[in-house]
Design a protein around this ligand. Structure first.
Ligand code: ADP
Ligand code: ADP
Length: 224
């Protein structure tokens, strides 16, 4: 399944043009969206995630028309927003349980299995009964990935996930992303070049709402 974006444009009511004729073709695996602050990354991520509308253009995810079928898209989408807030006074275990119920995993045994697997996968098993308010930045981000993975989505969008992380946590987070990017589309928005060069075999550089370059980061580095 591919994500195909064609001529997407978006101008905010105050006149800022955040997206200017953006076209991208994204295959399964990790896709890096690289650009400085204000480039339009969040605007693009929010539009793909059906959280905001575009003025023009189309987005297709497999057979789905993303802008016209937001409900169906949300069923196959996991989204980790840039400013990811956690409820401080519940545990990871409790909150994942809760979200699993919302996702429709109504069978208790099955839910236990799904939640336990995610806690292990994101390395939060030991800390599962701690309140999220006591988590480090890296742990919160990994919790965000666990939450985004509920329902086994075909498309995962992570917006600037490594920005506040120290090198050890960033490394751990990279490993987790590489693992979840094996069998689905993962779009990683970042202004950090090594996020892209370490993890992605496809990427785009975006600035001032325009796509400046698309390709394979290893090839791009050789060409520079
Ligand atoms: P990035 O995620 O790359 O930092 P954004 O998509 O957040 O870029 O922003 C792109 C441009 O659009 C910036 O100039 C930003 O200030 C502007 N912008 C973002 N959101 C809004 C909004 N809701 N209203 C007006 N301007 C916005
Ligand atoms: P980013 O770091 O991705 O550019 P911001 O921190 O600029 O994101 O944006 C955070 C929130 O503020 C978003 O909901 C965005 O839509 C909004 N926003 C950003 N820039 C503007 C702006 N110039 N006018 C109004 N809202 C904005």
């Amino acid at each position: 399944m591919e994500l195909v974006i064609d001529n997407l444009s978006k101008t905010y009511p105050n006149g800022t043009q955040a997206l200017n004729n953006v076209s991208l073709r994204i295959a399964p695996g990790m896709f890096g969206l690289l650009g400085p602050n204000g480039a339009g990354k969040s605007s693009l991520m929010r539009t793909i995630s059906t959280l905001q509308e575009a003025d023009a253009g189309t987005i297709r995810l497999g057979d789905l028309n993303v802008l016209e079928q937001p409900e169906q898209v949300r069923q196959v989408l996991g989204y980790l927003p840039q400013e990811f807030g956690v409820y401080p006074k519940v545990t990871a275990n409790e909150l994942l349980e809760h979200f699993a119920v919302l996702k429709g995993v109504s069978n208790k045994g099955e839910r236990r299995q799904v939640v336990d697997a995610l806690l292990h996968q994101t390395n939060l098993w030991e800390a599962r009964n701690k309140n999220l308010g006591g988590y480090s930045g890296g742990m919160k981000q990994r919790f965000g990935i666990a939450q985004a993975l509920l329902g086994n989505p075909k498309l995962i969008i992570v917006d600037e996930p490594t920005a506040g992380l120290d090198p050890t946590e960033r490394n751990r987070f990279h490993n987790l992303l590489a693992e979840i990017g094996e069998d689905r589309i993962v779009i990683l928005s970042t202004h950090i070049v090594s996020d892209v060069s370490d993890l992605c075999r496809q990427f785009a550089i975006i600035n001032k709402g325009r796509v400046l370059y698309t390709g394979d980061p290893l090839v791009a580095i050789e060409e520079m």
